[in-house]
Design a protein. Structure first.
Length: 398
């Protein structure tokens, strides 16, 4: 019997005392300092064609703590400092594997403020979490319960740009189990006029969260732009107002995507989407703002990990598959089809809604891929490879 549990992060808001806030702020600063020092050391070694690993940076940290200039590193817990060195090691691993760019230095104003604690850096008893170097537990708002008898393996404390404090606890969640298998399958075409169009014909409206608050955001940004540069109180207040509007937009968008992806995973065994390269699409200056607001990449990320949790399948169809121009009834491939064309009639006499037709073609291509067992992401994983979708299209073309 499989006893493996899903590792799941539970995020809560908390309200620190003045002493706790000061301690955490010091920790954030030390974490950033150690990361930058280690990155500088590794970069210098890299110029000499040498590689420095985690163990060597850990030894450097011990030496830094003994210097008068960096003695303040002893004032905070050593656990987050060691963890940031591990994060840097992961960043370099991704860089050498060509999965990411070269690591960048952390900024005191722009970088995320966070610190990660492992089991030796916190105590969790009777629903009360106490971090190292603190006498009192954190005042956490338990918006949802942790799994029964949950024991966090890591705790991450963070502060966002609006000043809100969050704690994220990584736990085994035995309640996450595969759902009962079903024969339902759906093709999903993402868009801007409608956020999603399903192969069933259902269209899900695009909430356009950024557009809703665009006027308020523009006014707040104009106010901020008029403030004198520096760390003045008025500029700080104006910046905070802009940050709160951005946070409101992001929170609402994330909440909507969570509800939507959960529904799709619960209702369908197989979900077929298009393998879009959003990072390239946002280079279109006319559509970048709308595409970013739709958050297609985040939608896919949520969909994939939830499908993995609950025993569902997500198939990503090659982005060059002509889903919009292919008749889902007779298989005839049309010529050029500009974006403003929303409905079209095939030579077989079928009138198509562009988005519904695309979703149905994606579903058919996804089923073909699943049946023949070919790779579903050849462009992303094996450049130059040929996908089953393209083979399927070539067989259907007249």
């Amino acid at each position: 019997m499989d006893t493996r549990h899903v590792k799941r992060a539970f995020k809560y808001r908390f309200y620190p005392t003045d002493a706790q806030a000061a301690e955490l702020s010091r920790t954030f600063g030390c974490v950033r300092k150690v990361y930058n020092l280690a990155l500088a050391a590794r970069t210098e070694a890299w110029t000499r064609q040498e590689r420095v690993n985690y163990n060597q940076t850990s030894a450097l940290l011990t030496a830094w703590k003994k210097t008068e200039e960096l003695a303040f590193l002893n004032d905070v817990s050593s656990v987050p400092l060691q963890q940031t060195l591990r994060h840097l090691q992961s960043a370099f691993t991704n860089f050498f594997s060509k999965r990411a760019k070269y690591p960048r230095f952390k900024s005191s104003k722009k970088s995320r403020k966070s610190a990660e604690y492992t089991t030796s850096g916190f105590r969790f008893r009777d629903g009360r979490l106490t971090l190292a170097k603190m006498a009192d537990p954190l005042d956490i708002v338990w918006s949802r319960p942790l799994p029964k008898e949950a024991k966090p393996s890591t705790v991450t404390v963070s502060q966002d740009s609006t000043g809100r404090w969050f704690v994220s606890m990584l736990c085994d969640d035995p309640t996450v189990k595969p759902l009962s298998a079903t024969d339902a399958a759906v093709g999903v075409d993402v868009g801007l006029n409608h956020l999603l169009t399903l192969s069933t014909g259902e269209k899900i409206a695009n909430p356009r969260h950024e557009r809703t608050d665009r006027a308020r955001l523009a006014k707040a940004q104009r106010t901020l732009a008029r403030k004198a540069k520096g760390d003045g109180t008025n500029r700080r207040k104006a910046r905070l107002k802009v940050a709160k509007i951005h946070a409101r937009i992001a929170d609402r968008r994330r909440d909507g995507l969570h509800k939507l992806t959960t529904r799709l995973v619960r209702e369908n065994q197989t979900i077929v989407i298009e393998d879009l390269t959003v990072r390239n699409m946002v280079k279109n200056r006319s559509l970048a703002r709308a595409i970013s607001d739709a958050a297609w990449a985040e939608f896919r990320s949520l969909l994939e990990y939830k499908a993995q949790w609950y025993g569902r399948e997500v198939i990503a169809v090659d982005r060059f598959f002509p889903s919009s121009k292919l008749c889902s009834v007779c298989g005839t491939l049309q010529g050029k089809m500009p974006l403003h064309v929303r409905t079209w009639t095939c030579a077989c006499g079928t009138t198509h809604d562009r988005d519904v037709n695309a979703a149905r073609n994606l579903l058919a291509a996804g089923r073909a891929v699943s049946a023949c067992g070919a790779g579903v992401r050849p462009q992303r994983r094996t450049p130059g490879g040929q996908s089953a979708m393209k083979q399927e299209v070539s067989r259907r073309e007249p």
